[in-house]
Design a protein around this ligand. Structure first.
Ligand code: ADP
Length: 217
């Protein structure tokens, strides 16, 4: 049966890095609602402007919009044999919608919680930098580029800092996570579909655990 792999964890837990590895090695499509919204907010439209406001405050995009987006994206051909969700679901309404979607398309869901303590999360998020050319992710504390603020592979390009990776917004994003998203862990646990992995180790070790959790089903 095809699988939906739901990556859960606080902002900065490393979901994006793991989703990229899973996509590359398992050949499943990676759906990141955060990336989709970041793309959409660039538009000079009322919707773009609204998304800029919401995301810079660290709040969640409303469920109706988020749900519509995911419904449409996961209905595309490349998702027929399963997919990886990164950053969705984040609320009870989103989780309920995903159950209906999975059932109607015959997909089984496994939720993987990438567990990282709060103090590490803070450094990871404030230190995060990305190359705008290749998407490589760095961290000034844990995985610095060879030269400050430029990509190792694209030395002519300055690394980006995500607009919502500043101290104020991070605090709000973590609070939103605790309040809205953490309870979903209990829900997946109660229904026997939660796997926990220790997210403090290097990404290959975490990947190995995720692979086991997903295939050992
Ligand atoms: P994070 O590092 O906070 O996990 P993401 O890249 O997943 O970041 O998301 C960035 C922002 O996009 C969130 O703070 C939120 O405003 C919006 N967003 C992403 N996914 C969702 C979702 N499933 N529901 C509502 N808002 C979302």
């Amino acid at each position: 049966m095809s699988k939906i792999i739901v990556l859960m964890g606080a902002p900065g837990a490393g979901k994006g890095t793991q989703a990229r590895l899973l996509e590359e090695r398992m050949g499943l499509s990676h759906i990141s609602t955060g990336d989709m919204f970041r793309e959409m907010k660039r538009a000079e439209t009322p919707l773009g402007e609204r998304l800029r406001d919401i995301m810079s405050s660290g709040a969640l995009v409303p469920d109706d919009l988020t749900i519509r987006l995911v419904e449409e994206r996961t209905g595309q051909d490349d998702c027929r044999n399963g997919y990886i969700l990164d950053g969705f679901p984040r609320t009870t309404a989103q989780a309920e919608m995903l159950e209906r979607l999975a059932a109607s398309r015959g997909h089984r869901l496994v939720a993987v919680f990438v567990d990282v303590p709060f103090d590490i999360i803070e450094k990871r998020v404030t230190g995060r930098r990305t190359c705008p050319v290749c998407g490589e992710i760095y961290n000034v504390y844990f995985k610095p580029p060879a030269r400050d603020e430029v990509c190792d592979l694209h030395p002519e390009t300055r690394l980006n800092r995500r607009a919502d990776d500043n101290a104020e917004t991070i605090k709000a994003r973590l609070a939103t996570y605790e309040q809205e998203t953490r309870p979903l862990l209990d829900y997946y646990e109660r229904t026997g579909r939660l796997r926990r992995v220790d997210g403090t180790r290097d990404s290959e070790a975490i990947y190995a655990d995720i692979e086991k959790a997903v295939n050992g089903e």
